[in-house]
Design a protein around this ligand. Sequence first.
Ligand code: HEC
Ligand code: HEC
Ligand code: HEC
Ligand code: HEC
Ligand code: HEC
Length: 443
Amino acid sequence: MYSVRHILRVLTTFSAAIVVFVGCSKLEPVEPPHSTDSTELYKAMLSDPQSCATCHPVHAQEWQSSMHAYAMTDPIFFRLHDIGRERNPELGNYCFQCHSPGGVLTGEIVDGVVPDVLSAPARAGVSCEVCHKGSSSTRGEGVHALHLDSTMRGPIEDPIFTSAHASVFSRSISKSQSCAACHDLKSVSGFLAERTNTEWDESPYQAMGLECQDCHMPSHIGFAAVGGPEREVHSHRFVGLDVPLTDFPEAEKTKELVAELMRNAISLQVEANFQAPNSHSVNVQITNDKTGHSVPSGSTYDREMWIRLVVTTQTGDTVFATGLLDPNMDLLTERSVFVKENQLPIDTNLTLFRGEAFSGGEKTLFFWEAEDADLHLIEAFATHSSDFRVDYLVEPGTTVNVHAEVLIRPFPPYLLRHIGMPELVDNIPVFTMADTVFTTEVQ
Ligand code: HEC
Ligand code: HEC
Ligand code: HEC
Ligand code: HEC
Ligand code: HEC
């Protein structure tokens, strides 16, 4: 005869086993691994994204060349992290809560110290399971727990059986909210320094029901898994603005995809007024009519988007120029070495969209220190208008050539030089978002 207590014990053990290994829709996420137990469980549970490739070859290949896979490879990430630890010793696991939730949960990364050898799920950065194991997360503070089971949550309502894992339909994975843990970012002081999800919330896109996934995970008909039926599948490339500046799978292809996205982010309208004598001007209007948040967005402290406008005469004289680069490839701001040393004039007409972070009232190049920020961005559906006065005296009857471009790049060269990575400067791409060339006759 079994005693009641024995039955209870069996039941408890059995349900614990279900919770841990089989998966059940009412699971509570497990707290972060303060005890060795949960780190051991995470070690046993998390897998190498390569192990998904046998059955999900396309998803694995796309993810492998995405910035999500680059999150723990990027040497700029590790350099900035080292600088962060020097300047802010209390940084702890701050960076890894978003860049490698797996490394934190398996207990490999403790207090921001990264061992020489990391397990595959830790090295995988924003890995498959970070998104598909139903995370417990706080907006702007990364992912702190995953369901301790072998169930994959995804958008398929009627997944076919596989012995590899249980599959559960999740409506929420296809919503913007599922990106908010990392695509809003609170600095160390709790200031909302990066705001892509918040910008989307505040834009008409939320009411329109156009989610992050609709633009960043375009769908087509294909196979969700080898041997499964044909259905709607979603790209796992996660194209944005950033590209790997070091060797990485399909980096050239990523650059092409970014170039294409940038061509479909904004519209440009340029009007030149060379009619009235002595009051020549060019008006440049940029409308953010295709991006689900501000442009630029996210890591805006590391971004540069600017107007390059060059007006020349038929005979080749430059009548007006803004947005040119110095020999170091920097814009002519107070951060250019050539401007600092008075070798080149500051570009007083420069229209530059970026974020400037402040800590203790002073400018800082390091976003995690931000306590306040000046964000010069173009919000969704907003238009930015700049008037450029052309003071150069042009003879009436002259034909002038107006060349306007909106350019963007992921990093300013001065930043990479400042953090001791000048060798990467030549790899920074500059993308054209829009351009126009026309001629007009001076009246
Ligand atoms: C042995 C083959 C196999 C392996 C290995 C495998 N899967 Fe799957 N997976 C499948 C099949 C089959 C489906 C169902 C596909 C369908 O119905 O079209 C599926 C479905 C999914 C879904 C969709 C679930 C839903 O309901 O929307 C996700 C997400 C997923 N797998 C992630 C992963 C991840 C991540 C890994 C690696 C850690 C992995 N899978 C490993 C075979 C596999
Ligand atoms: C309507 C389409 C659309 C929607 C919706 C959308 N994006 Fe974007 N996203 C774009 C385009 C176009 C760009 C390129 C322009 C740019 O860099 O801002 C971009 C750029 C980005 C970048 C790089 C930003 C930068 O400037 O460095 C990130 C990160 C990003 N999106 C994440 C998200 C997230 C997260 C959401 C949901 C909260 C989202 N996007 C919603 C179209 C969209
Ligand atoms: C950054 C989060 C994220 C990562 C990382 C990620 N996925 Fe997904 N995955 C999604 C989202 C979101 C969807 C659903 C998109 C939608 O419904 O709009 C999805 C859908 C899927 C599906 C269902 C079929 C489809 O394409 O809709 C499979 C299978 C899948 N992912 C497998 C994987 C595998 C395998 C990996 C790693 C190699 C991976 N995912 C990495 C977010 C992610
Ligand atoms: C666990 C944190 C995390 C989650 C969840 C997450 N991301 Fe990301 N995402 C990152 C990190 C970190 C990077 C940058 C990695 C790098 O460049 O080193 C990134 C990069 C990107 C980029 C490329 C940005 C650029 O400038 O090129 C896009 C686009 C993007 N994510 C979209 C999404 C979308 C859409 C979702 C939701 C379905 C999502 N992400 C969910 C952490 C996350
Ligand atoms: C709250 C989540 C989160 C935290 C914390 C976080 N990151 Fe990121 N990181 C992201 C996301 C999301 C992106 C991509 C954003 C984009 O492209 O706009 C990113 C991109 C990056 C990039 C690549 C591109 C760039 O423009 O800078 C670097 C480098 C980086 N992070 C370094 C760090 C360092 C160093 C720390 C810690 C001091 C850190 N991150 C903390 C989410 C996070």
